[in-house]
Design a protein around this ligand. Structure first.
Ligand code: DX5
Ligand code: ZN
Length: 227
């Protein structure tokens, strides 16, 4: 049985009050922080880069860091960038725990996985809605996580694409113990589809950061995945 994980996307938080937003979702039960890095080339939007991740790492120490009383979290960096190879060393240095690259952005995914691991980060691979799932079959055994995008990458607040669920099902059948992440349009209404298909790592931006009761949404998402 894979572990249910809720990863709020900080893209939906107030960037002028990031520390506060991160502490709020962690204290409300978030397991990971999903950090969306966009370069304006791979996707038509620009978000944040290493200086912000490095500052956030000081505000949110690594899980297991006993030297700080601050809320801790795993940094799940979703790299929507061209030439992801270029950024591996920098993101390791600024405190990323996991580096998720896009299959569409690299020519040699296996070499990239090895590079990420050599920098002591977990390695994950994402596919856009138009990319067939079978590109992950050979790579799967080498990955810590596969990410099936449920919106076109680039913006928060889009509509969940239910037609991506067969990809999640196919991956779950092939890799019963792998972390399978879904990202885009997840909330109380759409989580049943993702949970049924076999996803266990749930990214949620808008639904978590705009909720009146943050802890309620996070525990709802987690519970749907557990049952
Ligand atoms: C989209 C990003 C997502 C997005 C999710 O390119 O990868 O992480 O912020 O946001 P919501 O949950 O609002 O769809
Ligand atoms: Zn994302």
């Amino acid at each position: 049985m894979v572990k249910p994980i809720v990863a709020p996307s900080i893209l939906a938080s107030d960037f002028a009050n990031l520390e506060c937003g991160c502490h709020k979702v962690i204290n409300a039960g978030a397991d990971w922080l999903h950090i969306d890095v966009m370069d304006g080339h791979f996707v038509p939007n620009i978000t944040l880069g290493q200086p912000i991740v490095a500052s956030l790492r000081k505000a949110v120490p690594r899980v297991g860091d006993t030297t700080s009383p601050k809320p801790k979290a795993f940094f799940d960096c979703h790299m929507m960038v061209e030439s992801p190879e270029r950024w591996v060393a920098d993101f390791a240095k600024c405190g990323a725990d996991q580096f998720t690259f896009h299959y569409e952005a690299t020519e040699d995914p296996l070499a990239l996985v090895k590079l990420i691991r050599s920098h002591n980060m977990k390695a994950a691979c994402a596919i856009k809605p138009g990319t067939p799932v079978d590109v992950l079959y050979e790579l799967g055994p080498h990955l810590d996580m596969a990410l099936v995008m449920t919106v076109e990458p680039g913006f928060g607040g889009q509509k969940f694409m239910i037609d991506m669920m067969p990809k999640v099902e196919a991956l779950r059948n092939k890799f019963p113990h792998m972390n399978i992440q879904v990202d885009g349009g997840l909330g109380k209404e759409t989580i049943p589809h993702a949970a049924k298909a076999g996803a266990n790592v749930i990214v949620a931006g808008t639904s978590v950061f705009t909720a009146a009761d943050t802890a309620d949404v996070i525990s709802y998402l987690k519970q749907e995945v557990s049952t």
